[in-house]
Write a protein that binds this ligand. Sequence first.
Ligand SMILES: *Cc1c(COP(=O)(O)O)cnc(C)c1O
Length: 477
Amino acid sequence: MQLIFERSKKGRHLSLFPACDVPAFELDAPKRAEAPKLPEISENELDRHYTELAKHAQGMNDGFYPLGSCTMKHNPKVNEQAAALEGFTMAHPLQSEADSQGSLEVLKKATDILCEITGMDNMTLQPAAGAHGEFTGLLLIKAYHKARGDEKRTKIIVPDSAHGTNPASATMSGYDVISVESGADGCVDLEKLRAVVGEDTAGLMLTNPNTVGIFDKNILEITNIIHEAGGLCYYDGANLNAVMGHVRPGDMGFDVIHINLHKTFSTPHGGGGPGSGPCGCKDFLAPYLPGVTVVENDGVYSYSKSEESIGDMKAFYGNFLVVVRALTYLLTVGKAGIPEASQNAVLNANYMKKKLEDIYPMAYDVTCMHEFVMSLEGMKHDIDVSALDVAKALLDRGIHPPTMYFPLIVHEALMVEPTETECKETLDHAIEAFRSIYEDAKNNPAKMHMMPMETPVKRLDEVRAARTPVVKYEFEN
Ligand SMILES: *Cc1c(COP(=O)(O)O)cnc(C)c1O
């Protein structure tokens, strides 16, 4: 398809900007010598350009999207309507508290409900993503040890079944990462854990359910071991759609957590749009929370800032409109809908797993939570058809590939998360697709290396795409 620059014709335009309604202001700064070369295009042509782009992409609205760990579920449209209300979109972060009561109420209500769901006492909504929430939580742990003068604690323990962001966040926070191997059951090996905890343990980060989709059965023992050594426990709750409404990290001994509003609590994501990774904590860590929190007195909302706060993780109050979407979701599904959503997430994953396990070996033979991981190591070895080949073949059947080659502890991994918003017919269609791909692979393994055949762009040279991407349009003159 043509790029928008190729569609551009000098002099064509559409008027996007309303007339200026404030006095013009001359910037006292160097100005660019020539106008930027923006595409010039009519509204009609622009519409067609984006429609064509959308047709080239495989998104949530095109079909099943089982991208493990990412929770690509349906986001109710009413969330968008709430987030588009002018009272929210036109609010300015520097408006007075008195003028912002509605927005403050949203922040407070969302905080309260999310604390109730996670078993935490307080929360910051400032972090812009899950990994950002992890970083925030680790800084809280650091501030806590520092305030106690306990500065020998330089290590964060991270099981090898953790999400990749966990060790990255720990490193960014200035900690040394100690990796602990999982046992054959996919859970943390307690003996190996006991062997690495000590006086230098600042804390542990646990992804639960972990990246192989398993709820660690020893979770209480794990938090005990860490607490006894004087460390704190961090819960990566990005995949809370597996457990919400049934168990709470706060009741399992965790001191600090993050959750992903853009996964569990329903904001479209995956295209790089705004996210939100609130970080919740127990009371004893709350004084260190970043930014401001909102308090309510007799129906009046105001900001509260602690002197011991670690500072700001982001400007103002985080990605506010993502919080509006999350609160809308929470209030529409209600208290009964939260556990029902997680039940369906787990049911859907186990249904698919059962219907596939006779031909696709599962990495772990246990009941999974919201996702399952299969290993195509045997297929790769026997007929040279890889996880990548199967993922690409799914595209020809209108299905977005699952997460591939992750977690790293499983070879030729495909990680499938159906999510709670898919109906049985969609799951059955996907199961059929996986099964027919298996047949195709057995009958004609060489052809599998050429898939996808039906998509606008066929099999890409992945190395070249990664090493020499063309991300900038070169003008002819
Ligand atoms: C998605 C995810 C993260 C990171 O969230 P981002 O918003 O992408 O930064 C962390 N942990 C787990 C388990 C996740 O699934």
